[in-house]
Design a protein around this ligand. Structure first.
Ligand code: C2E
Ligand code: MG
Ligand code: MG
Ligand code: MG
Length: 291
């Protein structure tokens, strides 16, 4: 019996080992495929933007949407940014991809407007590399001009680490961006290793409370306290505040009670293709089913 058990352990151990290397090989192949195909993906029109509505809590009005990139990969299917954004940053493809994101977001806003929808504000995520790219301001200006849009149609989202990287030049870029009427949001707020002092150096329009704080409210006392503090601080500094990743009615109720301005999350809508989000934008209002 003991022998049989030992034999079983050994053989299943070996099988596990085989599975493990097979997994690793598959993963390595996937990374290779991603690296080699990423540089052609813009030219081959394989990227798409999905849009997640942002809702004003007091009215339920959809006040904008965040554009989130997806890669329609020829063999691997629809890939989310976790599969390729880091590689794109490392290889420097992110600047070209990011430029496409800005222009595509503008094209889509103009298309919706032409179809009779009110002008939307779309949030675009900018990477550190793109933010330091000299042409960013010109690029934003050209994209808005090409589609005849006011700056208020765009809201650029950057993380704290992007801002802290090179304070001097970043603050100048942010001022130039805001001078065009474009909004500035600080994404994943509270997760970067940064002092709050940078909030005095320029005026962000919006803080986005990171999903990691929202996840365990209202049950977790610490997360509730942090979320409440971010909401109060935003208000006192005259910034809008958005909670990311709202999934439950309980989270919604806590945030409403604390006076959070806006929310974004699966409770209201997942990120959707432009086609799928259009009916929501038409309906203009999105509220959760409260018990
Ligand atoms: P982010 O900017 O913080 O975007 C929010 C992420 O949370 C998105 O993931 C969104 O799908 C997800 N999310 C929204 N609501 C919920 C919810 O209720 N529950 C949960 N569990 N998740 C929710 P996604 O689309 O996978 O994007 C991940 C990150 O990739 C983004 O984080 C952003 O940092 C980056 N990213 C996305 N699009 C772009 C882009 O065009 N350019 C750059 N440079 N980065 C991008
Ligand atoms: Mg974002
Ligand atoms: Mg975020
Ligand atoms: Mg993030």
């Amino acid at each position: 019996n003991a022998d049989a058990a030992m034999y079983h352990a050994k053989s299943s151990g070996r099988n596990n080992y085989k599975f493990y290397t097979a997994d690793l090989n598959a993963r390595a192949r996937e990374i290779l495929a991603i690296e080699s195909q990423l540089r052609h993906a813009v030219d081959r029109r394989e990227f798409v933007l999905h849009y997640q509505p942002q809702v004003e809590m007091c009215s339920g009005n959809i006040i904008g949407a965040e554009a989130l990139i997806r890669w329609n990969h020829p063999t691997l299917g629809l890939l989310g940014p976790v599969h390729f954004i880091d590689v794109a940053e490392e290889r420097g493809h992110i600047v070209q991809i990011g430029n496409w994101v800005i222009r595509e977001a503008c094209r889509q806003i103009a298309e919706w407007h032409a179809k009779g929808l009110p002008l939307m504000t779309v949030g675009v995520n900018l990477s550190a590399l793109q933010f330091r790219h000299q042409d960013l301001v010109g690029l934003l200006r050209d994209a808005l001009a090409e589609y005849r849009l006011p700056g208020s149609c765009l809201d650029v989202e950057v993380t704290e680490s992007v801002i802290m990287d090179d304070m001097e030049s970043t603050v100048q870029t942010i001022h130039a961006i805001q001078a065009m009427g474009i909004r500035m949001s600080i994404d994943d707020f509270g997760t970067g290793y940064s002092s709050l002092a940078y909030l005095k150096r320029f005026k962000a329009d919006k803080l986005k409370i990171d999903r990691s704080f929202v996840r365990d409210i209202p049950g977790d006392q610490d997360d509730s306290a942090i979320t409440r503090a971010i909401i109060n601080m935003s208000k006192n500094l005259n910034m809008q505040v958005v909670a990311e990743g709202v999934e439950t009615v309980e989270q919604w109720q806590f945030l409403a009670q604390e006076g959070c301005h806006q929310v974004q999350g699966y409770l209201l809508s997942r990120p959707l293709s432009a086609e799928a989000v259009e009916p929501l934008l038409r309906q203009r209002c999105l509220l959760p089913q409260l018990e």
